[in-house]
Design a protein around this ligand. Structure first.
Ligand code: ATP
Length: 365
């Protein structure tokens, strides 16, 4: 099912403000979510991700704009008539019910021609449990399951009604690191197997990048960029997106263009043909550094961290905008010294320039 958001805005009354002013949680959002894809809605806390999801689900009504499922305008439909399945950060399972009963619960109250027999309900529950690989746990209570298994029950419960759209709000946040990794792969598998259009909200960029077909990066109620994760990483529209994606994050310097060359302090690191003289933010991805004794960039080593295959060189530079610079290089190429100066040449494709004021990317254009 294709989902289209057409100029969606959501305003709330800000009860924190004694004048009860309005707060814009989502501003003029336009989004085309293709059928059968997994979309990661990504951004820092408070940027409007959950509000967007709640509007798609029908729990919140947009202040303006329209929402379409396929050709149908669902803006005014209540959640139960939209055909959506929802999974929240807290699994919200009934503790006194078994896995089977938890999964069949949403089927119990179906009415009219949708009403199912006990047998049909059990078959549907078993089908959903198989999808999340919990068919061997049907008679257990939630307290007898791990956090990851409980979240999979919640996913099965959302799937049992065969939703047209599956919505997940920070579904992995309550899991420890290992389970999180496992469950996100599970989520991807389930989504591929069912082909259900899935929108999931996270503030964890790595999580979104690793399993999404498309990511939507939001900041302060506004969509910044939509695209295939690798494309957005390689081609960020602005400094915010560049900084939000990638671990370790992109290194940012206060640079200057002089006579079509990029300077970091006195280090001339790159040609920038066609760009006028001005100050710029220079972003260099951690993987863009090459240890090279004849390289143009001179940094002071703070620490060299060997991590097996890779080595992380933590260094400083007088015009870096952050306290330290993190470069990731192949361990075989690590510098002999662990203190003093390290010189780098740079991979051109990993260097990005941003306007000092607007923070829009200006190079590569
Ligand atoms: P988080 O990752 O912390 O959950 P989020 O990106 O999901 O954040 P939202 O929960 O959508 O952000 O909130 C967006 C903004 O709208 C925030 O400033 C929040 O305080 C505000 N907000 C959300 N719901 C309401 C509400 N019911 N009434 C008033 N303000 C609200």
């Amino acid at each position: 099912m294709k989902v289209v958001l057409e100029h969606i805005t959501k305003r709330f009354i800000d009860r924190n403000n004694k004048n009860k002013t309005e707060l814009v949680a989502v501003s003029d959002m336009c989004l085309d979510i293709p059928d059968g894809k997994l979309i990661g809605l990504l951004g820092p806390s408070g940027c409007g991700k959950s509000t967007t999801l709640n509007m798609i689900c029908g729990l919140e009504k947009p202040s303006s704009g329209k929402i379409f499922f396929g050709d149908d305008d669902v803006t005014d439909l209540p959640p139960e008539n939209r055909g959506v399945g929802m999974v929240f950060q807290s699994y919200a399972l009934y503790p006194h019910l078994t896995v089977r009963q938890n999964i069949t619960f949403p089927l119990e109250n179906l009415k009219g021609d949708k009403k199912l027999t006990k047998q049909e309900m059990n078959d549907r529950a078993l089908g959903a449990a198989k999808l999340v690989q919990l068919d061997g746990y049907m008679e257990r209570k939630p307290s007898e399951l791990s956090g990851g298994q409980q979240q999979r029950v919640a996913i099965a419960r959302a799937l049992v009604k065969m939703p047209k759209v599956l919505l997940l709000d920070e579904p992995l946040s309550n899991l420890d690191a290992r389970l999180r990794l496992q469950t996100r792969e599970e989520l991807r598998r389930i989504q591929k197997e069912t082909g259900i259009t899935t929108i999931f909200v996270t503030h964890d960029q790595e999580e979104a990048m690793s399993i999404s077909d498309l990511i939507v990066v939001m900041k302060k109620a506004e969509v910044q960029q939509v695209g295939i994760p690798q494309d957005v990483y390689d081609d960020p529209k602005n400094l915010f997106v560049a900084q939000f994606l990638g671990t370790p994050p992109i290194n940012v310097f206060a640079g200057e263009i002089r006579e079509e060359k990029v300077y970091l302090g006195e280090d001339c690191i790159l040609d920038a043909p066609g760009i006028e003289d001005k100050e710029v933010h220079v972003g260099i991805r951690p993987e863009g550094f090459i240890v090279d004794e004849n390289g143009p960039l001179h940094c002071k080593i703070r620490v060299v961290e060997v991590m097996g295959r890779d080595t992380s060189i933590v260094s400083t530079h007088p015009v870096a905008e952050t306290e330290t610079i993190r470069s990731i290089i192949d361990s075989e190429d690590r510098p002999a010294a662990t203190s003093g100066t390290v010189t780098f040449s740079l991979r051109k494709s990993k260097v990005l320039l941003f306007d000092m004021e607007t923070e829009e990317r200006i190079y590569p254009c």
